[in-house]
Design a protein around this ligand. Structure first.
Ligand SMILES: [Zn+2]
Length: 262
């Protein structure tokens, strides 16, 4: 029964976040956020998401699901990502699944000529994408949406190393308990949580949480960023294990940019 109590608390948190998403995003891809509850373990864990609700059917039936293992990568003529990020105050919510920082309007990336507005970023641990079968301690997802409502998500892998100065400032604003919200006092730029090199691997995928909607352009940066062991442990203590296992690649191809010709 204690378990049931925990689930319903999580559902309330999810509903609250659904309302926030509806006002800031309005994306149909997030429509299921207010739907049936789901978790990362047990009877409502990733293996069962597709059967919890009809709206989540893509989680088990989809053929273009995320995350994936980044192994054999095809070389392609990809354009550089163009960043137009501004600093923003962060409205951070602990929604029971992750800690999510909602970003002010006015920051965008350009991918193959299409502008995508930055909506929010959030954390997973361990990483959802793996590289040659290897998971990283954490992964940060920067969620963007085009005028047409299409999503592009930048994945940044986080390895253990030097203390991350940018994250040090954000840390004080992280809501520790499910349902908690905090607003940062100062502005941060999301670009400070990315590696210097913006070289990336890309493939067509999905949301990694229910409703697992497809049509998401994934852009996983090739170079990880570093955080200290203490910083990683602090985030992990809040988000627990919130990684969906890697999904079959099926007929998809992962592409990365060709090295510059000499
Ligand atoms: Zn994510």
């Amino acid at each position: 029964m204690a378990l049931k109590g925990m689930f319903s608390k999580r559902c309330l948190a999810t509903l609250a976040v659904g309302a926030v998403m509806a006002t800031i995003g309005g994306s149909s891809a997030f429509a299921g956020e207010g739907g049936a509850h789901w978790t990362y373990e047990g009877e409502h864990g990733p293996a069962h998401w597709g059967h919890i609700s009809k709206e989540y059917a893509a989680c088990s039936e989809g053929k273009n699901q995320s995350p994936v293992n980044i192994a054999s990568v095809g070389v392609a003529e990809l354009k550089d990502l163009e960043f137009s990020y501004k600093a923003s105050k962060l409205n951070i919510v602990n929604n029971g699944h992750t800690v999510q920082a909602d970003y002010d309007a006015g920051s965008s990336i350009k991918v193959n000529g299409i502008d995508y507005q930055l909506l929010q970023f959030h954390f997973h641990g361990p990483s959802e994408h793996t590289v040659n079968g290897k998971p990283y301690p954490l992964e940060n997802h920067f969620v963007h949406k085009s005028a047409k409502g299409e999503l592009a998500v930048i994945g940044v892998l986080i390895e253990e190393g030097a203390e991350n100065a940018a994250f040090k400032g954000i840390w004080a604003s992280l809501p520790k308990k499910s349902g908690d919200k905090k607003a940062s006092d100062v502005s941060y730029s999301a670009i400070d949580l990315m590696p210097k090199s913006k070289a990336y691997s890309t493939y067509p995928g999905s949301l990694t949480t229910p409703p697992c909607s497809e049509g998401v352009t994934w852009l996983v940066l090739n170079e990880p960023i570093q955080m200290s062991k203490a910083q990683i442990e602090e985030i992990k203590a809040i988000i627990k294990d919130n990684n969906r296992p890697v999904q079959p690649i099926n007929t998809r191809k992962i592409s990365t940019k060709a090295p510059a010709k000499k």
